[in-house]
Design a protein around this ligand. Structure first.
Ligand SMILES: CC[C@H](C(=O)O)C(=O)SCCNC(=O)CCNC(=O)[C@H](O)C(C)(C)COP(=O)(O)OP(=O)(O)OC[C@H]1O[C@@H](n2cnc3c(N)ncnc32)[C@H](O)[C@@H]1OP(=O)(O)O
Ligand SMILES: [Co+2]
Length: 132
């Protein structure tokens, strides 16, 4: 069911500094910040030859990553995103197997449907699925 690794997300305490560091020290191809109010984050994508890095920074008062940054003030890997062909089929299969799907399917940063699976059900790792 899961396919390619679409992105690895890093929650950062300072978005500008993280972008400058990746652009400067790592010579990376760093995109522009995009606000995602439906998700409570501002994201920046870094294109790599084989996948992407997604910087996450809290947006608004109820950002879902605020708690993560409180626990990890220096930032840290926040989630991994796998690609799936059909997100509703994936959701239904996962629910049938007792996994916790967090919230509803939403349109993500690539204008594709995404969903999230509780980290406690997947070895302490927050998993995002994106339909491509
Ligand atoms: C624009 C969309 C973009 C895209 O790619 O398209 C995005 O990726 S948007 C990304 C931001 N959105 C989300 O993360 C939505 C899903 N996340 C959530 O619903 C919450 O963050 C949740 C439920 C994973 C955690 O909620 P909260 O921070 O309030 O913490 P809890 O106390 O409820 O956490 C319970 C338990 O899980 C541990 N935890 C929390 N976050 C993570 C994480 N990222 N990775 C691993 N573990 C995590 C937390 O420490 C608690 O563990 P415990 O042992 O009980 O302390
Ligand atoms: Co993501």
């Amino acid at each position: 069911m899961i396919g390619r690794l679409n992105h690895v997300a890093i929650a950062v305490p300072d978005l500008e500094a993280a972008c400058a560091q990746y652009r400067g020290a790592l010579g990376a191809n760093v995109g522009e910040p995009q606000d995602e109010p439906d998700h409570g984050v501002t994201v920046v994508f870094i294109e790599l030859p084989n996948t992407k890095i997604e910087f996450l920074y809290p947006l608004g008062d109820n950002s879902p990553i605020a708690g993560f940054l409180e626990k990890n003030p220096a930032g840290g890997i926040h989630h991994i995103c796998y690609e799936v062909e059909d997100i509703e089929v994936a959701r239904d299969k996962l629910l049938a197997e007792g996994a916790r799907v967090l919230g509803d399917i939403k349109i993500g940063a690539h204008n594709k449907p995404v969903l999230f699976l509780h980290p406690k059900d997947f070895n302490g790792c927050l998993v995002e699925l994106e339909q491509v």
